[in-house]
Design a protein around this ligand. Structure first.
Ligand SMILES: [Fe+2]
Ligand SMILES: [Fe+2]
Length: 324
């Protein structure tokens, strides 16, 4: 199906899912990557829809084309990519595979009633490998994110919207070979010497490794004299990943009535502000990224993990909360 380009036509690329549940959040990861790699024209809106339901109606109702990216459970092998179009999309979502798909189904049903549903709809889905509580997608699904981005770009092109690549917008994955990268990194000797940074909570430990891996990657990028856009990209990932990680950690604290929640929250706020401040100053050219800056950030992060986070890990273990 090829659609003639028309200037007034508008498209929405909607990534949905819950990033706290590993592969369930793949749709969100794909739209993040799409924005990182491509210039998005004014006629295309790229939206991280998260788990929002009826709240998405405003964004969808004035669009001619809708591309949804989501994890789908079809019974096929993990990593299988599924494509549906037009009426097959709402029909599929009506099977209520997850709460956010139920919400999206309601939005499309409402828009159908008022005759405001996008004329062209495509759903690009991928069968998840794991939906455990973690911010890190499984390796199988992580490896398919670039393919999914390419599929979205192709669908947009088919609808008449053409995206151009960003310079330096290449993907920097924080996950593969992380332990090797940490071990090989001459700059982050502080981390390799202090490799016992586990706090006894596997979900948080794996996320801390990603945070440390991102700081390590920044040191390596600096050492290799990379493009500024690469450091910008790592800083952006570190900022968004740290925010999401802190939210997940705070969720656990509230779930288990952690008595030091408020003090821990304040440390998270300071960490988030420190990274944002660094990001703003670096982008504005007010500071140079030096090893001293990276070491200072690394020290702060490691200090938080080994102090404040470890205290929470001990609380969970002392109360046998991880086994329940
Ligand atoms: Fe923390
Ligand atoms: Fe943490």
């Amino acid at each position: 199906m090829t659609v003639e380009r028309h200037e007034s036509k508008r498209a929405l690329v909607l990534g949905v899912g819950n990033i706290l549940l590993q592969d369930e959040g793949v749709g969100v990861r794909v739209v993040e990557e799409l924005q990182r790699r491509f210039h998005i024209p004014a006629t295309v809106q790229v939206l991280d829809g998260g788990t929002a339901g009826m709240g998405l109606i405003e964004d969808i109702l004035d669009k001619d084309c809708l591309i949804i990216v989501d994890a789908v459970k079809t019974g096929q092998l993990p990593g299988t990519i599924v494509r549906l179009e037009r009426d097959a999309v709402p029909a599929f979502l009506q099977t209520h595979l997850s709460p956010h798909q139920l919400g999206l189904s309601d939005v499309l049903a409402t828009l159908t009633i008022i005759d405001k549903r996008p004329k062209d709809m495509v759903l690009i889905g991928i069968v998840p490998k794991s939906i455990e509580l973690s911010l890190e997608p499984s390796e199988e699904i992580n490896q398919k994110i670039d393919t999914l981005v390419d599929r979205v770009v192709a669908e947009l092109s088919n609808f008449g919207f053409h995206l151009s690549s960003r310079q330096g917008g290449q993907r920097i994955s924080p996950v593969p070979n992380l332990s090797n990268r940490i071990a090989e990194d001459r700059l982050m000797t502080a981390f390799t010497m202090a490799d016992d940074f586990g706090i006894g909570c596997p979900a948080m430990d794996s996320e801390h490794q990603v945070q440390i891996g991102l700081v390590t990657a920044m040191g390596q990028a600096l050492e290799q004299g990379c493009d500024k856009a690469v450091v910008d990209g790592i800083l952006e990932q570190l900022s968004s990943y740290t925010n999401a990680h802190c939210m997940a950690e705070q969720l656990l604290m509230r779930l288990y009535a952690y008595p030091h929640y408020e003090a821990h929250l304040q440390e998270h706020d300071r960490l988030a502000e420190q990274i944002l401040d660094l990001q703003r100053k670096y982008q504005a050219g007010e500071i140079q990224m030096t090893l001293a800056v990276i070491h200072s950030l690394a020290d702060w992060l490691l200090g938080h993990i080994k102090g404040t986070d470890e205290a929470f890990g001990s609380y969970l273990n002392n109360h046998d909360l991880l086994a329940s």
